[in-house]
Design a protein around this ligand. Structure first.
Ligand code: GLU
Length: 487
């Protein structure tokens, strides 16, 4: 595979702006990027925007933003195919001149009727080649009608095309399964097939790494390269990505658009690590790999043929690992925009960075995404907690014992001068002993009072961060609510 010198290793990511980039698209970008970086080659970005009807406004910006967010930097481009129409037209003309292509005047209506009939007969839809062998006279007549023709490729009628795929090995396609596909549409825009091979040639692409769905297009491309006497790049078709139920990845398996993961607070490094393992592995065990390690080890030999399975829980776990690896300062920097965005409006902004740091030191361990942080931390910021009184009545203590415990605890805490976790723990343990309560009973009650929840970071550290005034205020509030929860 490495007969070419490393400097001629040129890869491209060639998205069509017909929608927002999804996980599969980005996995393709990543594998191209990793391959280029591994070989010290060049990574090119090319926007394949020749399908005017399917173009989605804003998609290009989102593609660029997503690549930047993930740190998938490109060395050339973005090139836009819509700005290169002349090159494709010239190539189509050359194919016409050299008798590898022909003008087709068939109307969209005729093609549609033909398609319907073929479907009825359960045949694969295929152009019937009516315009392939027109006489000179027929051509002149059709030209005189003023219809703008399309240019179609003259696929050989017999035989087969074989090429070598770096993942799937030898692939052979019979020509009678390929039709005379369109190269240039009547609007003057090239089709994907034409623009793609012209650019891969002119941009001196050495390796085409793309999704498996394009495998059936490749024999067409190989035929085009041959007709033009151009050397084809090497091909590698990447395995599909399926959901855990082995169905095609879709919304119900979780977000599919990459920008949703950014909004939910996944870290780029975790995303890169996770996506790299969708169809590739360094060995059969290693899950956590830094960007540098991925670049170092990436090879097509270890890309699988079988579909990769997307596992949302694994992504969450991995993101949690990456979040915990951040220094507290980095975690605060990453989480701050999420707190700003999602904490209740009633919380005063700007948030106090020092306080946020203390809060987040308790949250960092527990968050799987940055998007969860505001919810996990909200009770630290709200002045009045929305108590769910059922949590109190569900507690192990009846209202009378709970009231007594809260009253004693409040009195003891009023007197505390050094409000830190160790002191608080010491005092509250002695309250439990004094009242003959288990620590579980007392601390469970206090946790609900302080946080409004049954699951939260460690109680005494939480109370230390919240501060004396806020804790006592919450105790008072609970004392008012308790009589209503008589059980
Ligand atoms: N524009 C195609 C896409 O959207 C590119 C396929 C290829 O890489 O050849 O995936």
């Amino acid at each position: 595979m490495q007969s070419q010198s490393e400097t001629s290793v040129r890869l491209r990511f060639a998205p069509s702006p017909t929608g927002y980039p999804h996980l599969g698209n980005i996995r393709t970008a990543l594998f191209n990027w990793l391959f280029a970086r591994h070989h010290g080659g060049t990574f090119i970005l090319r926007i394949e925007d020749t399908d005017v009807a399917r173009k989605v406004e804003g998609a290009v910006d989102i593609i660029l933003d997503s690549l930047r967010w993930l740190g998938l930097d490109w060395d050339e481009g973005p090139y836009f195919q819509s700005q290169r129409l002349l090159v494709y037209r010239e190539t189509a003309q050359r194919l016409l001149d050299e008798d590898h292509a022909y003008l087709c005047y068939c109307s969209p209506e005729r093609l549609e009727v033909m398609r319907q009939e073929q479907m009825k007969r359960k045949e694969p839809p295929k152009y019937d080649r009516r315009c392939r062998d027109l006489t000179q006279q027929q051509r002149t007549q059709l030209k005189a009608t003023g219809i703008t023709p399309v240019i179609r490729f003259k696929t050989p009628l017999e035989g087969e095309t074989t090429f070598y795929d770096l993942i799937h090995d030898r692939m052979t396609f019979k020509h009678d399964t390929l039709d005379d596909f369109v190269l240039l549409k009547s609007d003057g825009y090239p089709t994907y097939h034409l623009a793609n091979i012209v650019d891969d040639h002119l941009m001196a692409i050495s390796h085409v790494l793309r999704a498996e769905e394009w495998l059936s297009s490749t024999p067409r491309h190989v035929l085009l390269y041959r007709a033009l006497h151009w050397q084809a790049p090497q091909f590698a078709h990447l395995p599909m990505i399926l959901g855990s139920d082995r169905a095609k990845l879709s919304k119900r398996h979780g977000a599919t658009n990459i920008s949703e993961y950014q909004q939910q607070g996944y870290l780029p490094d975790a995303m890169i690590n996770f996506l790299a393992l969708l169809g590739w592995s360094v060995d059969d065990r290693t899950e956590l790999l830094s960007r540098e390690e991925l670049i170092k080890h990436f090879s097509l030999e270890r890309v699988g043929k079988t579909p990769a399975i997307f596992n949302k829980e694994k992504l969450e776990w991995m993101n949690g690992v990456y979040l915990r690896r951040l220094s507290l300062g980095q975690f605060v920097d990453h989480a701050m925009p999420f707190l700003d965005r999602d904490l209740a409006k009633s919380v005063r902004r700007p948030l106090d960075e020092n306080y946020v740091g203390r809060v987040l030191s308790l949250i960092q361990e527990r968050a799987k995404t940055l998007g969860e942080v505001p919810q996990l931390a909200s009770f630290f910021f709200l002045d009045e907690l929305p108590y769910d009184t059922s949590l109190l009545s569900k507690g192990k203590l009846d209202a009378k014992s709970a009231t007594k415990a809260m009253t004693i605890a409040s009195q003891k805490l009023e007197e505390v001068l050094t409000w830190d976790a160790t002191t608080l723990e010491c005092i509250l343990r002695s309250v439990a002993t004094e009242l003959n309560l288990s620590t579980g009973e007392l601390f469970g009650l206090l946790r609900v009072a302080v946080t409004g929840r049954t699951a939260a970071p460690p109680l005494f550290q939480t109370m230390a961060v919240l501060g004396k005034d806020q804790c006592l205020k919450r105790f008072k509030m609970i004392l008012q609510l308790l009589p209503a929860c008589l059980n």
